[in-house]
Design a protein around this ligand. Sequence first.
Ligand code: SAM
Length: 274
Amino acid sequence: MATGILYLCATPIGNLDDMTFRAVKILREVDLIAAEDTRRTRKLLTHFEIHTPLIRYDEFSKAHGEKILSLLREGKSVACVSDAGLPAISDPGAELVKLAVEEKISICPIPGANAALSALICSALDTTKFTFVGFLPKTSKNRREVLTELSTHKETLIFYESPHRLKKILNEMLEVFGNRRAVLARELTKIHEEFLRGELAELAKISEPIGEFVIVVEGKIFSDELQTPNENFLDVYKNFVVQGMEKKVAIREVAKKFNMSRRDVYNAVVLMND
Ligand code: SAM
């Protein structure tokens, strides 16, 4: 007998209009919806006139996981939804996916809203490489360990955080990372959506934050990268010479430091002295 399909179905992170047509269709068609919080999901289903049976599935209802798997084995289809956004992203679902894959059950994503990526694309920070961290550990000691490990990452960092810990976490980031550019993406897709942009020192002064937040932090910028050859290599050369370095040696050292040819550095030095 063919097994059923486990759909991982995105739901809105605030604005109900972000529900996709496909999500509504799949949620209507499946045999069962496995939801993180059935009361919350029922409201969403009522809004979209979906009448599919619901079962709770979260970290406290592992037994329901077995029931879901047995239905899938029988060829029934199940959609897994979280309270908001993508299931399995800082939400239940990942464990169910692992168990289903072990049983060779097909998994099908129904993409849609996600807080981390929505914040990242509006951040104006580097979107080419990023690390999604999600929620930091609960204890300050464990948090600092994670932040210390992340402090040398060059890529943009994305965190989820609750409003009551936000200020504390921003101050810890400031201590461990130093002052860096960051963006607080607040209440995404909702009426009070806003982006607070600045440096950690400034953002950490936030008073009584309200709502849901994603923190996007610039990756570490190594000091060498701050210097572009055209801007700074002649200054570095001048400094070396002032410090008593032989001109020939200074040219060699600058070429090495800025990954330039010695001839290019030499020519620029000659032009500068003209
Ligand atoms: N699965 C969800 C997703 O795909 O984005 C994330 C769920 S996680 C339990 C909840 C956290 O996501 C919140 O504490 C907050 O950091 C972030 N979040 C969710 N909705 C948000 C929104 N509308 N605006 C800003 N942050 C949001």
